[in-house]
Ligand binder design. Structure first.
Ligand code: NAD
Length: 502
């Protein structure tokens, strides 16, 4: 066991970044704790209403010049930022592991995905182009131009502290908008690092601001008349009842990407080795704290006799449990570890409560994550091992609610249609996976399932930066999604010009 060198050696005192300056907040301070060893690695301010207002003012002022900066000049800053992120790739990855708890491999994957957003946004000079038609009537031409809107707010969750704000920030800035970003106060350090690099990359003061904090900052954004739109990623109650509702009332554009309860369906012809390997990263990757994580595994008995189906179910579950037992848990900076801790004690308690609920509802606890070993000498405050429930039915809370931890439910469906109905029975529609070698089943699945991100023989249906990150039902509130061309439409207004000359 070798722990990689920690990039954070002394406790950091985080500040807001407003108008190109790192400024002290008047607000109270909160500890940022490394969940693997319980050490406080930073303190972060819970900023005040005046501070969010100040940041919006700075962004509004900066907008005047930034929108007039040619797109090619704007993206030169992003090219430079991409280079700097590559240079600091390992450092920012290790920071994520320290602030969040995920393994170093997971952090490196997150860094790569985040950098890809910057890469795609550098294509703005082409991607932002409008279109035209000559002679819509004799001698009259019509064309569409896309223009930025002003200031956008970005509100981020804890589970991908580096990547999620980058689903929006590079697209917003490249299209000529200015932003005020509120990272999760639970793990805000990697966003601070990005801003240090953005400053070095030449992003002008006021264009990309950070205001740390919680509800006060969010309310300040939602109520501010100069914020034109809000991008939120987080839980459904906050996304739907606070963000989407308030943006409707105040007439702001909104992308609210929310919670999930995703299903993986395993068909009788699936390649079992590959399916189980994909399921391990899907169900237990990021310690289950992923909006694309699968949580319910349905073994589908399409075309099998009762006897064959029982045998197939047993084979899948035995293989799943055997693989889950091999997962090594510990500090994510130990690169032999497969799974890190849950982000904090409160979240761990929430997962433990769900395990109790599952038992009380009559599910069978086949693998008990409450009994685990940790690699290395660490306090066990935030750890919880891979958990497997069987005999789970759709009326149980463990099957319907987002647990956001390493808990897998084994379920059964006699055929594909029944399994798809099960997916539709839960209120969420973020992602769903099918494991099969049958193209007809795959098409039927893709055609019918009411989920925004579909995986065929993949466990984590994460769209690349040049595709929208979709989501349906209680997993998404809004119209246009983050990433790719939809983000460009979200961050721009379409103006149509009809022109004739006498
Ligand atoms: P959360 O809803 O608790 O917090 C998200 C953000 O909102 C944070 O910045 C937080 O400070 C702020 N916030 C929290 N409560 C608030 C309130 N009452 N009023 C105003 N602001 C508030 O979510 P989280 O626990 O940080 O993140 C996990 C959730 O995010 C999960 O539900 C997960 O599925 C979801 N998520 C969704 C996607 C997606 O693409 N759909 C991606 C990542 C995470």
């Amino acid at each position: 066991m070798a722990i990689l060198e920690e990039p954070i050696k002394e406790q950091l005192h985080l500040k807001n970044y407003i108008d190109g300056e790192w400024v002290e907040s008047e607000g109270e301070r909160k500890d940022v704790v490394n969940p693997a060893n319980g050490k406080t690695i930073a303190t972060v301010p819970i900023s005040t209403e005046d501070e969010i207002n100040e940041a919006v003012e700075a962004a509004k002022d900066a907008y005047h010049d930034w929108r007039r900066t040619p797109p090619l000049a704007r993206v030169r800053c992003l090219f430079r930022l991409k280079e700097l992120l590559e240079e600091h790739f390992e450092e920012v990855s290790r920071i994520q592991t320290m602030e969040h708890g995920k393994t170093i491999d997971e952090s490196r994957g997150e860094t790569r995905r985040g950098i890809e957003m910057v890469e795609v946004a550098t294509g703005i000079p082409s991607l932002m182009m409008g279109y035209n038609l000559e002679d819509i009537a004799t001698g009259i031409d019509e064309y569409l131009i896309r223009q930025p809107l002003g200031v956008f707010g970005i509100i981020a969750p804890f589970n991908f502290p580096f990547m999620v704000p980058l689903w929006f920030a590079p697209f917003a800035v490249a299209t000529g908008n200015c932003i005020v970003l509120k990272p999760s106060s639970e793990d805000p350090i990697s966003q601070v690092k990005i801003l240090e690099l953005a400053e070095e990359a030449g992003i002008p003061p006021g264009v990309w601001n950070i205001v740390h904090g919680g509800r006060t900052v969010v309310s300040g954004m939602l109520d501010h008349p100069d914020i034109k739109g809000v991008c939120f990623v987080g839980s459904t109650p906050v996304g739907r009842d606070v963000i989407y509702k308030r943006c409707g009332e105040t007439g702001k554009r909104v992308i609210a990407m929310c919670g999930a309860k995703n299903f993986a369906l395993v068909m009788p012809d699936a390649n079992l080795d590959r399916t189980i390997a994909a399921c391990m990263t899907s169900f237990y990757g990021n310690t289950g704290q992923r909006c694309l994580a699968n949580a319910n595994l349905v073994v589908v008995g399409e075309g099998l006799s009762e006897q064959e189906y029982d045998a197939f179910y047993k084979k899948v579950v035995d293989a799943f449990v055997a693989a889950a037992k091999k997962i090594r848990m510990g500090y994510g900076l130990d690169d032999t570890v497969h799974m890190g801790p849950i982000r904090d004690k409160k979240k761990k308690q929430n997962v433990l409560n769900y395990i109790e609920k599952g038992i009380a509802a009559g599910a069978t606890l086949t693998l008990d994550g409450r009994q685990f070993e940790i690699v290395g000498d660490l306090p066990d405050t935030c750890f919880i091992g891979p958990t497997v429930f069987e005999d789970v039915t759709l009326d149980m809370a463990i099957a319907r609610d987002e647990i956001f931890g390493p808990v897998a439910n084994m379920m059964r469906a006699r055929n594909l249609a029944e399994a798809i109905d099960m997916i539709h029975d839960v209120p969420f529609g973020n992602a769903a996976s099918l494991f099969t070698q049958n193209g007809k089943w795959a098409r039927e699945f893709q055609y019918n399932v009411q989920c925004g991100n579909i995986g065929i023989n993949t466990g984590i249906a994460a769209p690349m930066a040049f595709f929208p990150f979709s989501g349906m039902k209680d997993s998404f509130f809004g119209t246009l999604h983050g990433q790719g061309r939809e983000a460009i439409r979200f961050f721009t207004e379409s103006k149509v010009v009809i022109q004739r000359w006498f």
